[in-house]
Ligand binder design. Structure first.
Ligand SMILES: Cc1cc2nc3c(=O)[nH]c(=O)nc-3n(C[C@H](O)[C@H](O)[C@H](O)COP(=O)(O)O)c2cc1C
Length: 318
């Protein structure tokens, strides 16, 4: 029996997407490597590796370690810097007709302002994702995302520098006491949508060498191990602010996993770590998600968003 059609289109603030599956920042560079596996324009959007003002070499090696159902990475924000990104990576994405969501990262508010100004003035940018999980050199190295006031300051400078039609998505860290408080603060500061979540801070020690496994000692934990944390964050923020668009990310390996995020309240999802062992994962997950939605009788993505929050009596009538 053939499955019914599903409307996969979705909307994140003013950003209209043909489907809800994006790459996660840092897991597919600027998308070029993926183009040997599929057409990057088939995705909802390509989110680029967080770009900083200057070229960066990243942190000491080794930079990746496997953990149970997850991965620790301490890549650091290695990258070509904004000049090369704007001259080469962004035009390539635009030429592919992909929707480019440009992730920016800075060490100061001034960095974020300059990055937003330059990215915002470049043609073909669908949205800017502010990666605020970076140390603030002007505030004792405290991570912007871990403090609601500092997180909001980043978002307000980015919002101020961008043209009105370019949405700002704030990507939050789960390493906070209350993700809802940070979400409220950045939305008040002008975030058009939220990306939940970045990696969790972790550490692994090799009992044979008696040393930390990563050259940078600590690293970001990603992969299926963090999915329940990510789903919990999406759930809590959607419950508190049902009208704020959320992009869910963390440990998605299948369309079934992606559906879990929609049901929790995400309007789109990002696919990260799984790309390292299955580069075609984003398009596979999209096809699987379509099937999962159709099998449950959802006519479109929008119908599934936040469904799990409905009271049980309503679920029974479905
Ligand atoms: C190797 C690696 C590099 C990453 N680089 C970035 C980055 O540059 N900017 C960012 O916002 N997130 C970065 N992330 C976090 C991912 O975008 C994503 O939020 C996180 O890995 C959780 O999703 P996943 O479990 O599907 O990987 C990186 C993750 C990995 C594994």
């Amino acid at each position: 029996m053939s499955l019914p059609e599903v409307d996969l289109s979705t909307q994140i603030a003013e950003l209209l997407l043909p489907n809800p599956v994006m790459t996660a920042s840092g897991c597919a560079a600027s998308g070029r490597e993926l183009s040997q596996f599929f057409d990057v324009a088939d995705l909802g959007a390509v989110v680029t590796k967080s770009i900083m003002l200057d070229p960066r070499a990243g942190r000491p090696t080794p930079r990746m370690a496997e953990t149970p159902s997850g991965m620790l990475n301490s890549i650091g924000l290695q990258g070509p810097g904004i000049d090369r990104f704007l001259a080469s990576d962004l035009p390539w994405l635009v030429q592919q007709r992909a929707r480019a969501v440009v992730s920016i990262a800075g060490s100061t508010l001034g960095d974020y302002a300059e990055l937003a100004r330059r990215v915002g003035n470049s043609p073909g940018v669908a949205a800017v994702e502010a990666n605020i999980s970076c140390p603030n050199v002007e505030n004792r190295g405290q991570v912007f995302a871990c403090e609601p006031y500092q997180a909001a300051k980043v978002v307000s400078v980015v919002r101020r520098e961008l043209p009105r039609g370019v949405p700002v998505l704030a990507k939050l860290s789960p390493d906070v006491t209350s993700i809802v408080d940070v979400a409220e603060s950045v939305v008040d500061a002008g975030a058009d949508g939220l990306v939940l979540i970045n990696t969790l801070l972790g550490l692994a020690i090799d009992p044979d060498t008696l040393r930390p496994k990563l050259g940078g000692v600590t690293g970001g934990l990603s992969g299926p191990a963090i999915r329940p944390v990510a789903v919990r964050c999406v759930w809590q923020v959607h419950a508190a602010f049902p009208d704020v668009p959320i992009v869910g990310v963390g440990g998605i390996r299948t369309g079934y996993d992606a559906l879990e995020f929609l049901l929790a309240g995400a309007s789109a999802v990002q696919v990260g770590t799984v790309i390292f062992n299955d580069p075609s994962a984003p398009v596979r997950i999209l096809a699987e998600l379509r099937e999962e939605l159709a099998r449950r009788g959802f006519a479109g993505v929008g119908d599934a968003v936040g469904w799990a929050h409905r009271p049980v009596e309503q679920l029974a009538t479905r």
